[in-house]
Design a protein around this ligand. Sequence first.
Ligand code: HAM
Length: 426
Amino acid sequence: MPAVPAFQTSPGMRDILAPESARWRRFTGVFADVVERAGYGLLITPLLEDLGVFTRIGDATEVVTKEMYDFVDKGDRHVALRPEMTASVCRAFAEHRPTTPWKLWYSGSNFRYEKPQRGRYRQFDQVGVEVLGADDPHLDVEVIALAWEFYARLGLTQVTLLVNSLGEPDDRARYVEALRAHFTTAGDALSEQSRATLDRNPLRVLDSKRETDQGLISTAPQIADFHSTDAADHFEAVLGGLRALDIPFTVEPKLVRGLDYYRRTIFEFQGGTLDSAQNALGGGGRYDGLVEALGGPATPGIGFALGVDRTLLACDDEGVFDADPVVLDAFVVDVTGGLEAVKLTAALRAAGFAADRGYDNRSMKAQMKLANRSGAKFALIVGDDELAAGTVVVKPMHGGGAQVAVERSAVSSHLASLSDQNRNES
Ligand code: HAM
């Protein structure tokens, strides 16, 4: 039995090894391709910020009250690892005052002290976009459409889009009070956990999955009845844009989202294959007061973040966007001491081939085994005879084809002609 290692990753944190890690990189690459074509530029912000940046997310948000990784650093600053990126983006906007509309995308790790389970980690990754400085409902449509296109590029087909509007801040405040009254009148009929939630944030009671709460939730006031004319018009324009793009959606009046900063449009993408506790593949909305709360000018904002970990689980479930390992063109087997392998692999890599080699001067048999396991298309073999003759034996590792001895200086062009040949045949 293997010995238990002295250290393992902390709960809710994971190592991602190749080839899975290559899939992660490809995931970000596809996302970048989708959003950069739409004029979004990459923003990189620090992993760690002043705690105050994140407390502006709202004190009724569990992400802030219970799940923050915060500590006092050696300079006596109270800092925190970011639990999400929207607050950092708004801090960056207030700090740099870029021209608007400021369209940006990001990718990276976030930290929340949650109870780990499948699809829920303490360190997790997101990709996302934000746009600051534009109020246009068609921008809401644009960002939703980008996420929708990204899911299609991954090959996911079982994603559902839920949308709702929380109205203007006043509408939202009146709605929260109406909900508080509705649930308070019910007294003990509400589950104990939801009564605790009611004290902190009545909106979140609507998220309860507990059977006992469902009756009261179904008779609760509806946000649409509290929308101001402006909020209702804005929302109608968003829905009209989604219809114009043939993006299927469901208006879900109970959708409230977990973060406090949202105003007006909110949306969530749910994966059809995941358990309801972690089926949110991504979500977003408008957060028109957040820049101001961070000391900047009043600035409308909208965006979304998609959970990388969860979206890849959904890809696994749907059997799409597989990990494909790097395919090596050549594996160099040198049984003359290893210096030939040093030169040959360097020359091949410089010529644009993916090449690897055996180390430690192992036997021909052992190195051929490695060549086989590597999945390389060709083994390039240098023995004493080849060394003396200035040649290399090129041995196809898959399918037919005879091995041939090739002049050392002609190896790259020979491999290139073989791959052209393969391309033409396939
Ligand atoms: P969020 O809903 O907290 O929104 O997170 C977005 C997505 O990140 C979730 O739908 C989920 O896929 C993923 N996620 C969240 N927590 C975890 C976790 N513990 N483990 C794995 N995945 C997780 C935000 O973060 C907002 N900043 C989105 C946004 C951007 N709103 C406007 N702009």
